[in-house]
Design a protein around this ligand. Sequence first.
Ligand code: GLY
Length: 351
Amino acid sequence: MQVEELVVAGGGVIGLSCAWRAAQAGWHVTLCDPAPASGSSWVAGGMLAPVTEAWPGEEALLDLGLEALALWPGFAEELSAAAGQAAGLHAKGTVVAATGSGDRAELDALAAHLATLGRPVERLTGRELRRLEPGLGPDVRGGLSVPGDLSVDNRALLAALRAAAEKAGVVIEERAWAGEGPVLICAGAHSAALHPALSGLVRPVKGEILRLGHRRGAFPLPTRTIRALVDGRPVYLVPRPDGLVVGATQYEQGFDTDPSVGGVRDLLRDAERILPGVAEYALVEVAAGLRPGSPDNMPLIGRLDERTLVATGHSRNGILLAPLTAQLVTGLLAGEPAPAAVDPARFREDR
Ligand code: GLY
């Protein structure tokens, strides 16, 4: 059998997942990235949270996210075995907390929206939430329990993906893609520069995160992901074995990745309001990443021309959608069409 060659341009969670799966399917894969496993995949909170990310008008994204979430336990198990190291899945669920009446009204709207889609979520009082997560502060007045929304330690995941990909034969070259093909473009927010058909379809959406380290004697870490609305600002706190990732702001400011004073101030203030014990934690890291935004927040997965495939534009959901994206890409490599909802052809003017 002739071995087919594939270059993957971009070594974030999408590029590594696709490269690993393509190598498993028999392709000879070279992955090019000047700094693999960095960028927004490194900065990410790692939430696998289609339900708590749901938004009216984005029902197709909810369906895609739920399909991806269903793949995660098997994907993580297979990846851990292939890599010889844990993929970092944390299966303890999510709670959503609201403070003021405006925030509670917004959660009511989310719960009502999910109910109309046949996906009811459990409403909890502040006291019931504190019974689940005793670290929640007195300002938390009510919220939701969403046990199916999970998280993954993004950095453990990236290390496992890199190890599994290399064991499967992927050659990782620390350089920019030099235009050789056939290519799969997975360059996240930088993808638009790599093919004219992506021009105007992928834009950088900046997000800042904090990493807080648990210190001896400090209030214990929460068990679940905690998402909250604080005076209209969303904040999330995602547990890691040794601390929390707190995120995330959202701005459209081009390719700027400087964490801003105002963004960090908001995250610290809102995190402390939700989980007062974090004041005793160590502030270990402040970082910003660039989500690859698409016009409809759905990813762009498909064929651009005879020698170019693409998997990018995952917006806020790259980690969640990685296993499904890799599955769709192996389908494309086998000659199957992309589902219309993710095919970048949906934006072609002649359609
Ligand atoms: N998925 C969370 C974020 O993009 O901040």
